[in-house]
Design a binder for this molecule. Structure first.
Ligand SMILES: Nc1nc2c(ncn2[C@@H]2O[C@H](COP(=O)(O)OP(=O)(O)OP(=O)(O)O)[C@@H](O)[C@H]2O)c(=O)[nH]1
Ligand SMILES: [Mg+2]
Length: 320
């Protein structure tokens, strides 16, 4: 200000781009339509020593279990595996300093200002690996969605044709004694899923983090078919990843309310036992075996949870 001394305020900080993990989202599809995420600019500093306002942070919700990687190096930036976890994915720029800042006893009329610092710009790749304790796997039509709808609040579409489920569904299942677990229903697997056939491949990685897999087999089909379906899914698991094949897996015979299922039961049990599987029979329609199944889940998860400790690598959490 002529004859009035320096009065240029500092510029505001640019907004950060922040990711927040939430269990209420199950897919990353919203990023497909909105791939460029830009937080608000900081305002320029103004006369009368007014600082520019900071830009608003851009808070983007991502599904719990999203892994953020640097697109070029493939390095994991953050694994958003904690509900509500907020992480700054790109730092906002710093506002420049106005001439007021440079005022001193020896320099009463500084003409100096500094430019701000550009905000961070990053190319990132997001991969979703849902966080569920228990994964439901099996051929299309095995009854996965029907089961999750019976034991949780999740209400997926259920129908008498393959590939009814197109996106994974998560459901919280109460296990009594104040504990609960998250169950994931994924689209059906077919032979060749590990090479990309059907829908399975894209979703197999969701069960990579599960403690336990329930492998559903439609008992109303002829037992030979049930067993060959079982083998086909087993094969896809190991072809996808050896770790996945090594996961604790329980065979669950479904649709036991159907008359044919009862006549198939013995053969299926024998065949699965010969494959080293523990077998459990249920009907999601009549409710047969469901309480026992949840009891088994509760026991198994208790064991694994006692061994496990939660370690989440975090780069920088917001407000820290
Ligand atoms: N009778 C009887 N029918 C069942 C039972 N569970 C599932 N079904 C039927 O089997 C069909 C397939 O069930 P879904 O739950 O959609 O099967 P899914 O495994 O989720 O199938 P995809 O999503 O296509 O992989 C539907 O017509 C269900 O009504 C059961 O316990 N008893
Ligand atoms: Mg389904």
């Amino acid at each position: 200000m002529p004859k009035g001394g320096p009065d240029g305020g500092d510029g505001g900080r640019g907004g950060h781009v922040v990711f927040k993990a939430t269990s209420s989202l199950n897919t990353l599809t919203h990023f497909r339509f909105q791939p460029l995420l830009r937080a608000e600019k900081g305002q320029a500093g103004m006369g009368s020593n007014k600082h520019g306002a900071d830009g608003e942070d851009l808070l983007i919700e991502v599904p719990l279990g999203t892994i953020v990687r640097d697109f070029d190096t493939g390095e994991v930036v953050v694994d958003l595996s904690g509900e509500g976890l907020e992480v700054i994915i790109a730092q906002g720029g710093r506002g420049g300093l106005g001439n007021e800042y440079f005022k001193s006893s020896t320099n009463r009329a500084p003409r100096r200002t500094t430019k701000g610092k550009d905000g961070e710009e990053r190319l990132l790749e997001l991969e979703l690996k849902l966080l569920a304790d228990v994964g439901l796997i099996g051929m299309p039509n095995a009854g996965k969605s029907t089961l999750i709808s019976r034991i949780s609040e999740s209400k997926p579409k259920i129908a008498d044709y393959p590939f009814t489920t197109l996106q994974p569904n998560l459901g919280v299942v109460s296990l009594g004694d104040y504990s609960s677990c998250v169950v994931a229903d994924i689209p059906g697997l077919i032979p060749g899923a590990s090479e990309g056939k059907g829908l399975g491949l894209e979703f197999l990685r969701h069960v990579e983090r599960c403690e336990l897999l329930l492998h559903l087999i439609d008992a109303s089909l002829p037992p030979e078919r049930g067993l060959s379906d079982f083998d086909a899914v087993t094969h896809e698991l190991s072809a996808f990843s050896p770790q996945l094949a090594k996961k604790h897996r329980l065979a669950v015979l479904t649709k036991m309310d159907v008359t044919e299922s009862r006549t198939h039961l013995l053969k299926l049990r024998e065949g699965l036992a010969a494959r080293g599987m523990e077998v459990h029979a249920i009907s999601a329609v009549s409710g047969l075996g469901l309480d026992e199944l949840l009891g088994i889940l509760s026991q198994m998860l208790k064991q694994t949870r006692e061994l496990e400790h939660d370690v989440v690598p975090i780069t920088q959490t917001r407000n820290s």
